[in-house]
Design a protein around this ligand. Structure first.
Ligand SMILES: *Cc1c(COP(=O)(O)O)cnc(C)c1O
Length: 413
């Protein structure tokens, strides 16, 4: 195999059809940001948009903005944009609340469609908040609801006609492993199971086709790959065939059929609007549009091709330059099975990540031992991959990660 050099990485950047997008982000020249899978960086245009919303829409137009600047429609305007990134139709997605809250709403709605069944099936090892939400939903309902966990390798065997809802994360937060959405959805639905997918590590990272897979419900966040900004609202997809039947339980005036009629009693809106509860964080919704628009201006297949090339390059370089240093690849080696991230375990992973961050290579650490690196194709260059591995090699060889300052545990890792 030809040995890769920094010069060959520079050549790959020259030939990269997405190279122009990097200009649209605010990123320091020496900073290598491999954490866009946790908090996407600031799109350069987002600051101007934020100023406009604050100074003009809030500052001048004031309450007239609900109509004049479409504030009231923002969850739908943004939802329709996100729909294009996840293979949904207009009117099937709203941008609202957080992923956890949307999952809560969707699980209740899904359980309501299968009143004779009591089991929510989830996978072992998933990002814990999804488990907590599932357990919270089961605890709130009377009648013996419970969450069961299956080994991700044995999911299909765990499906049965006792399961009401199967709730999975499409791309695993720790390893990046991709589930076969089409196959699993079909197998579950053949047994009458309602299927919910979490797209937190999928949207903006790879093409997603919810309707091609006939998915029932989905949720996901926008502050990771979609660069919506810290705490930007999440989204919720409900297939049109469920509208009016599957009702989320957090009833509120934004989900009412006619909110401004100010009727005494709740009347569920017939469409996706029912998935809303109350007044939304307008500033965050508006600012998130900048990042999402960037994805609408590109081709997700091109994003996916570059993502695979970056991840493959990273694995190859780490194995060439950091061999024998105790790193163990925990992501699938086959790029078809892997999202837009690569993770290695190391016994001293925490301190090594702190030393890397100190060297301006920002990834993240997931307890107990995982070094996680996200590769967002719109701003990550091939030379960044090269430079990141060289800095990692230095840290491992010099063992500078042993310094006391790299052992200090911060609240957020
Ligand atoms: C990031 C992520 C979340 C985030 O949930 P919040 O409600 O936004 O805190 C949930 N689930 C998965 C799988 C995630 O990766």
């Amino acid at each position: 195999m030809k040995r890769i050099s920094r010069a060959s990485c520079e050549q790959l950047d020259c030939d990269d059809p997405l190279v122009g997008f990097r200009r649209n982000f605010k990123l320091g020249e020496n900073l290598i940001y491999l954490d866009g899978n946790s908090l996407g960086p600031l799109p350069a245009a987002a600051a101007a948009r934020a100023l406009q919303v604050v100074e003009e829409e809030w500052g001048v137009d004031l309450i007239r903005s609900w109509n004049k600047n479409n504030w009231f429609q923002l969850p739908h305007i943004m939802g329709d944009k996100i729909a294009r990134l996840i293979g949904a139709e207009p009117g099937e997605v709203v941008m609202t609340d957080s992923t956890g809250i949307n999952l809560h709403k969707v699980l209740h709605a899904a359980l309501g469609l299968r009143p004779d069944r009591r089991i929510i099936l989830m996978e072992d090892g998933n990002f814990p908040t999804n488990n907590y939400v599932g357990q919270g939903v089961a605890a709130l309902r009377s009648g013996g609801y419970q969450v069961q966990f299956a080994d991700p390798e044995d999911l299909l065997d765990a499906l049965s006609e006792d399961v009401a809802v199967l709730c999975l994360t499409h791309v695993h937060y720790r390893t990046g492993r991709i589930h076969d959405m089409d196959k699993i959805t079909a197998a579950a639905q053949a047994l009458g199971i309602i299927v919910v997918w979490d797209l937190c590590h999928s949207a903006g990272a790879l093409p997603v086709n919810l309707n091609d897979c006939q998915v029932d419900f989905a949720v996901g966040c926008t502050y990771k790959y979609l660069n919506g900004g810290p705490g930007s609202p999440a989204y919720l997809f409900a297939a049109r065939r469920h509208h009016g039947h599957a009702l989320q339980p957090l009833a509120g005036w934004w989900g009412h059929d006619n909110p401004f009629a100010l009727e005494r009693d709740y009347r569920a809106a017939p469409g996706i609007k029912q998935m809303l509860t109350g007044t939304q964080p307008v500033l965050s919704l508006a600012v998130a549009e900048t990042g999402i628009d960037m994805f609408l201006a590109t081709d997700m297949n091109a994003v996916r091709r570059k993502s695979i090339a970056l991840c493959d390059l990273f694995v190859r370089l780490v194995e060439q330059h950091c061999a024998g240093q105790g790193l163990q690849l925990i992501s699938p080696r086959d790029s078809n099975m892997r999202g837009s991230q690569v993770s290695f375990d190391h016994d001293n992973g925490y301190a090594i990540m702190q030393a890397l961050i100190d060297a301006e290579v920002i990834g993240d650490f997931r307890a107990p031992a995982t070094l996680r690196f996200g590769f967002a194709p719109l701003y990550t260059r091939y030379v960044d991959v090269w430079d990141a591995v060289m800095r990692l090699q230095d840290i491992l060889q010099s063992e500078c990660w042993r310094e006391a300052r790299f052992q200090i545990r911060e609240t957020v890792t």
